[in-house]
Design a protein around this ligand. Structure first.
Ligand SMILES: C[S@@+](CC[C@H](N)C(=O)[O-])C[C@H]1O[C@@H](n2cnc3c(N)ncnc32)[C@H](O)[C@@H]1O
Length: 200
């Protein structure tokens, strides 16, 4: 009789935040790694990790309750290619992701900070694009979605003129995988704005 698979107690990581992540050590293999910042409770990532078993995934989320839900989803689905990390997203991108290590960087429905005086708090700005360029492998992608027209324009401006990136269409396989926030917005008649950039 084959032994039942051992389900880990948690896929939530507690790394040394002064060090960069060692993806092969974390996953026990050298598969390409994709990271989602602001993963919420994993409505996107749990589905996407199941659909792409030969990639590894890290969900970054600052709210512990949401991260725990993502962790539970991953374990219940028997996913071995997903880990969860409770650290502030910009910090992870700048200080914890090894340079040239990511095949994909996903950010879906980040807070749009609609008031002009709060725009400086937006996650996706020129600095984000520069950090993404440093974090991605050549041929890797940044996948972005927002419900907010003004933020969408600001995102496009942040990436405009960067020689490291070219704008590409969203892959069909990814379009089909929607997030919780996306379903809520779309149900209210608010469309999803997509922006995808390929690292040259
Ligand atoms: C509007 S929700 C979208 C969640 C998910 N991406 C979705 O589309 O369903 C934004 C998420 O980003 C998280 N978040 C916001 N700022 C963050 C930061 N600086 N670092 C990590 N997570 C952050 C929030 O806690 C929240 O769960």
């Amino acid at each position: 009789m084959t032994a039942p698979p051992v389900v880990p107690e948690s896929w939530i990581l507690c790394p040394d935040i002064m060090q960069r992540l060692d993806f092969p050590a974390l996953f026990g293999n050298e598969y390409p790694v994709e990271l989602e910042l602001g993963a919420g409770d994993g409505s996107f990532l749990a589905q996407w990790a199941a659909a792409v078993p030969d990639h590894n995934f890290v969900g970054v989320e600052r709210l512990l309750g949401r991260l725990r839900k993502l962790d539970r989803k991953a374990r219940r689905a028997g996913l071995r290619n997903l880990r969860c990390l409770r650290v502030e997203g910009s910090y992870v991108l700048e200080w914890m992701v090894p340079q040239g290590s990511l095949a994909g960087l996903h950010v879906y429905f980040p807070d749009p900070w609609p008031k002009r005086r709060h725009w400086k708090r937006r996650l996706i700005q020129r600095r984000f694009a520069e950090l993404a360029a440093a974090a991605l492998v050549s041929g890797g992608h940044v996948f972005l979605r927002t419900d907010h027209e003004g933020y969408f324009e600001a995102i496009q401006e942040a990436f405009a003129g960067m020689p490291e990136f070219r704008a590409v269409p969203v892959p069909q396989s990814l379009l089909a995988v929607t997030t919780d926030f996306e379903r809520d917005f779309n149900a209210q008649g608010i469309p999803t704005r997509h922006a995808t950039y390929e690292r040259r």
